[in-house]
Design a protein around this ligand. Structure first.
Ligand SMILES: Cc1cc2nc3c(=O)[nH]c(=O)nc-3n(C[C@H](O)[C@H](O)[C@H](O)COP(=O)(O)OP(=O)(O)OC[C@H]3O[C@@H](n4cnc5c(N)ncnc54)[C@H](O)[C@@H]3O)c2cc1C
Length: 457
């Protein structure tokens, strides 16, 4: 009797287990179908709104190699830019791609190539070899100046460029002031300097501003997302759940500088360089002239902020970066720019405790004004707008800057806004003309593949 009961129970559990498996499979298929539909909807919506041209380095997916595993979808730090459509990865929100390259590195099947520009929209980019060497032997470019964003990419490229340069040092017989000259002390330059020190090379690293580069200029307490960073001499630097505040990141970097007694020359501007013979460089800076066997340019792309080109833009109330939001209280503030930098500044400055009246001025309409910003920032801005904590002026542009007000052109009429501070976040002048003056070739890329040896060493 007991064994009959156990048999029946086992039978029942067996059936139940089977049904449960079927139910889970059905739920899973329904979920995938829903995701597929959403992805198609996003793709079509972006195509119809002309948001189908990526503006920087972006993935090109080879459908013949893509097996639809979704590792690239999960790897993208910017949210749902890549999605699976019919079991193949697809770039559904191209304008939001900022060229991290995490998708390429995550694909186990080599189905993703990173490309600049598209067949219809060319993009300028310095010519560099897979080892980050420019067309001028011995002169390297690493970090965001080479076209790829993110701190961890800059760190990796700085290290790899330096390792390649170091491996070629023995070919240079002439004596120089230093082995390696590094321009820029942001993430890439810092990492290159550590690599030089690790290999007992002599070096000089300069920065026109301050150690830390773009990170230093982030707003106070900005949350930075980053995967672990591999730094020469320091090993792997890990963060709690991949997020860390700007101050903490700079503190970690500064401790590494101190521990390794790195010497960084701040407030020293790189002016020019030339080759002395075939193998060494003469570098002119605001503090002197130096010779070096190798030069690594880690100058980033934000040295010169893009201006509006208006009269009175030099007034002290106009700024191109925001470091400490608490410096701005009880004020009428306008922010120009719908990218991440503009949206983040708007969030900080509209904190209720600061009691500011904040206007965000953007060129696009409600549909596409924030197409380049990440989903999180878009969501937060929409919430602030809904709560009436900020006023967003769509299809608008600043026309006139005066001491106490600005005139904003909105459709056919002008709007006069009281204004104590004006923040402009419309990108930066990429220093390609300067690079060309040094003899570096700038290519216009129409979707050609770009292979960098990111996986080496
Ligand atoms: C608003 C915003 C938010 C971001 N958030 C994140 C994030 O959360 N996570 C992330 O990983 N990345 C983020 N990024 C991107 C990341 O900050 C950059 O990709 C990275 O810091 C670039 O490092 P870099 O060393 O190449 O250049 P930079 O950090 O820009 O350093 C370049 C340095 O070169 C110096 N320089 C330039 N020209 C000269 C010259 N002529 N002479 C001497 N020195 C010179 C500059 O002063 C600067 O210090 C963000 C960027 C922005 C703008």
């Amino acid at each position: 009797m007991k064994s009959l009961f156990i048999d029946l129970l086992a039978d029942y559990i067996g059936h139940f287990g089977f049904l449960l498996m079927i139910a889970l499979a059905v739920v899973n298929v329904a979920k995938k179908n829903r995701k597929n539909k959403n992805a198609v909807r996003t793709l079509v919506k972006n195509q119809n709104s002309n948001l189908n041209e990526p503006v920087s380095l972006h993935p090109e997916i080879n459908p013949a190699l893509c097996v639809g595993c979704g590792s690239c979808v999960n790897a993208c730090p910017e949210g749902e830019i890549l999605q699976l459509i019919n079991h193949k990865s697809s770039l559904v929100s191209p304008t939001k791609c900022v060229g991290h390259g995490a998708c390429e590195q995550s694909c186990p099947f080599g189905a993703i190539d990173l490309v600049f520009g598209t067949k219809t929209r060319g993009m300028e980019i310095p010519r560099i070899s897979p080892d980050f060497e420019t067309n001028i032997p011995g002169l390297y470019i690493a970090g965001e100046l080479g076209g790829m964003g993110l701190i961890r990419n800059a760190v990796k490229q700085g290290r790899l460029a330096a390792y390649h340069a170091i491996s070629k040092l023995k070919n240079v017989k002439r004596t120089t002031d230093v082995d390696i000259f590094i321009v820029g002390a942001g993430a890439a330059g810092f990492s290159a300097t550590l690599a030089a020190k690790e290999h007992h090379c002599t070096y000089r690293v300069i920065d026109q501003n301050t150690f830390g580069g773009t990170i230093y200029n982030f707003p106070r307490q900005k949350v930075v997302t980053s995967h672990p960073l591999d730094l020469s001499l320091a090993g792997q630097v890990k963060f709690k759940s991949n997020i860390v505040q700007k101050e903490k990141l700079l503190e970690i970097f500064s401790q590494i500088v101190e521990r390794n007694q790195l010497v960084i020359s701040e407030k020293e501007n790189f002016i020019s360089l030339k080759k002395l013979g075939n193998d060494i460089f003469s570098i002119e800076t605001s503090k002197g002239v130096y010779t070096a066997k190798k030069v690594i340019l880690c100058m980033g792309v934000r040295g010169t902020p893009r201006r509006l080109g208006l009269a009175n833009e030099d007034l002290p109330k106009v700024a191109y970066s925001l470091i400490d939001p608490s410096d701005y209280q009880n004020s009428a503030i306008a922010i120009v720019g719908g990218g991440n930098a503009g949206l983040e500044a708007t969030q900080y400055l509209s904190k209720q405790s600061l009691k500011n009246k904040v206007h965000l001025i953007v060129r696009g309409g409600p549909e596409d004004a924030f197409s380049r910003a990440n989903e999180q920032n878009q969501k937060l801005i929409r919430e602030l707008e809904k709560k009436k904590q900020i006023t967003i002026h769509y299809n608008s542009a600043v026309q006139t800057i005066e001491k106490d007000f600005i005139l904003v052109k909105k459709f056919s009429h002008d709007l006069k806004l009281q204004n104590n501070f004006l923040f402009i976040f419309t990108g930066a002048e990429v220093p390609f003309k300067f690079l060309m003056s040094l003899g570096i070739i700038i290519d216009k890329s129409y979707g050609e593949k770009r292979k960098l040896s990111m996986a080496q060493y």
